[in-house]
Design a protein. Structure first.
Length: 119
């Protein structure tokens, strides 16, 4: 599973729009003409990274711009803080400790993907 920051995806969209010479309104009209009604304000939200999922309208806009999400999950900033706090609580700062924690995380991820009680 690949995690991508919503702000980074928004920056990619803004860069694409600049390269294509499109305004938010123009992009909204083009995407809407393809069958997915999207407003200028929605384009603005995407460009600002204010979205949580890459499906639905957001996915249509990103695909229209050729920005592949490839099933990417937008990382929740609160989740990052939770993980950082837990890591600070258990990691001793050593390479050996980092390798051990990374192994535990990978194992937990594999179990979650297989439908264990962790998921």
């Amino acid at each position: 599973m690949e995690y991508r920051d919503s702000v980074r995806l928004g920056e990619q969209l803004r860069a694409w729009m600049l390269a294509e010479g499109l305004t938010e309104e123009q992009l909204a009209a083009l995407v809407s003409a393809k069958g997915m009604p999207v407003s200028q304000s929605w384009i603005s939200r995407i460009c600002a990274g204010r979205f949580k999922r890459t499906g639905g309208k957001t996915g249509e806009v990103l695909r229209f711009a050729g920005i592949e999400t490839g099933g990417a999950v937008v990382a929740d900033k609160r989740g990052r803080r939770v993980l950082a706090k837990a890591l600070n609580e258990v990691w001793d700062g050593s390479l050996q400790g980092a390798i051990a924690i990374a192994g535990v995380l990978r194992s937990a991820g594999a179990m979650a993907r297989k439908g264990s009680p962790l998921s």
